[in-house]
Design a protein around this ligand. Structure first.
Ligand SMILES: *Cc1c(COP(=O)(O)O)cnc(C)c1O
Length: 446
């Protein structure tokens, strides 16, 4: 009998030091053939993954608090994803939707129309990566408005292609040495409650951004305003209530396409289908990727039919966009989110993990802030009593967790945020054990 991912035991067990001998051997092979610019957070090579556990090539089982950066929301190799993919890959691997279309693409677009915010007529175009979705959202917004400027915010992350690097705020490691960047991109302040002046409301933060956009560009020149409803790579920044709504209303009043980049925050991650749902905000366009397809590469732009339909036939697409196997995976993943109640699971994770993080924070003066929603939670690490970032301690704590068999990720413009993105199917016990390891790391190092 073959061993499958669903046989992976749901417990943390280290049989060798991290990394073990097989991982070290693979690291040596890698060093001579894989480009150095592609790096890995953990030195262990994965063999199988399922639920809340990654099993490495040495037989160590690690608690997964990262989901491959918010991708395996339904867990790696979710049974419904596996079933849909196996059936689809046996039927059609590829025809190209631009040549001879197939049902899966249409079915995914139907699901996107149903699940994304708002009850207006919606249409979608499918692509392969988050960056590609963002690029296309900008293309569509420019076409529909006849304008060129795009506004993004501080701490933004939108991808690694030329245009999305321009939209991304942080130089290292994403932009340094890769210019020149796409033009007509303007950056304005965001809402960052931990670092904004005390008491600043979401409306005030939005007005600060709007004033900058009006002065630096002019509202009538702006095609799109793009924002992550909870900022991901920039530090899991939850804007103050009212920020997103005020920006969205200003966009509507000025004929600007409001784009919510939900690539990281979407698809059940925060306890709602999309992070903007927490604020009741309805974007003109939504970009999705990461959690959409249980680990297969798929992304989408979904939005108001009249904006999406503005572009001439043939103006949007790509060879692989909406690949049938990726679409089948998305339908399987969405089925699991719906049938296994993963929105509720995300809310439950928020409850138990936030309680644990607050407990750790109470004992750790270096933890300046605990924040996030659902299964998208973070702590920001500072020099005690200040807001001065402590990236060194952050890195040391993460490394300690890795050595103890917990896959945990960092983020933030200042590199001082530890973020939690567990698969939403992880058990309470595993999650709390992982957070216990985090607590021990702080007790030892802070
Ligand atoms: C990861 C991410 C992207 C880029 O997605 P890729 O699939 O890596 O191209 C864009 N926007 C946000 C908010 C992301 O988190």
């Amino acid at each position: 009998m073959t061993v499958t991912a669903s046989d992976v035991v749901q417990r943390r067990e280290l049989k060798t030091p991290i990394p073990g001998p097989r991982s070290q051997a693979l690291a040596e092979r890698r060093a001579s053939v894989v480009a150095a610019g592609v790096s890995s957070t953990m030195p262990v090579y994965a063999a199988r993954a399922h639920g809340g556990v990654i099993e490495d090539v040495d037989g160590n089982t690690l608690i997964d608090l990262g989901s491959g950066i918010a991708v395996t929301t339904v867990g790696s190799s979710d049974p419904r994803v596996v079933e849909h993919v196996q059936q689809q890959v046996a039927d059609i691997t590829h025809t190209c939707f631009m040549i001879s279309p197939y049902e899966g693409y249409v079915a995914v677009a139907e699901k996107l129309a149903e699940l994304t915010p708002g009850d207006h007529a919606k249409k979608s175009a499918l692509f392969n990566s988050g960056a590609e979705a963002v690029e296309n959202a900008v293309k569509i917004a420019r076409y529909a408005t006849g304008r060129q400027a795009v506004v993004a915010v501080d701490h933004a992350y939108h991808g690694r292609t030329n245009l999305t690097m321009a939209l991304t705020a942080k130089a290292m490691p994403y932009k340094k040495g890769f210019g020149p960047f796409a033009s007509d991109v303007y950056r304005v302040p965001t809402s960052y409650p931990f670092r904004d002046p005390a008491g600043m409301t979401g409306e005030e933060a939005a007005q600060r951004a709007i004033t900058m956009a009006e002065k630096a560009v002019g509202a009538d020149q702006i095609a799109a305003f793009i924002v992550e409803p909870i900022q991901g790579e920039g530090g899991f920044i939850v804007p103050a209530p009212g920020f997103l709504r005020t920006i969205a209303d200003w966009c509507t009043a000025n004929g600007i396409v409001f784009v919510a980049d939900e690539v990281q925050s979407g698809f059940a991650r925060t306890g709602e289908w999309f992070a903007v749902d927490h604020e009741g905000v309805v974007p003109d366009l939504v970009t999705t990727a990461k959690g959409i397809a249980g680990g297969l590469p798929l992304s989408a732009v979904t939005g108001r039919a009249e904006i999406m339909d503005a572009v001439h036939a043939g103006g949007l697409g790509g060879t692989y966009g909406g690949n049938p196997v990726a679409c089948a995976a998305a339908l399987g993943a969405i089925e699991t989110m719906e049938q296994d109640g993963l929105l509720g699971r995300a809310k439950h994770i928020e409850e138990i993990a936030t309680a644990k993080l607050r407990e750790i924070s109470a004992k750790t003066p270096a933890i300046g802030d605990v924040r996030g929603r659902g299964g998208m939670l973070a702590i920001e690490i500072v020099k005690p009593g200040t807001t001065e970032p402590d990236a060194a301690l952050t890195g040391a704590v993460a490394k300690r967790c890795h050595e103890q068999g917990v896959v945990i990720l960092t983020c933030g413009t200042f590199g001082n945020v530890i973020r939690l993105l567990p698969p939403l199917v992880i058990s309470d016990d595993l999650l709390l054990e992982g957070l216990g390891v985090l607590a021990d790391a702080f007790a030892e190092l802070a």
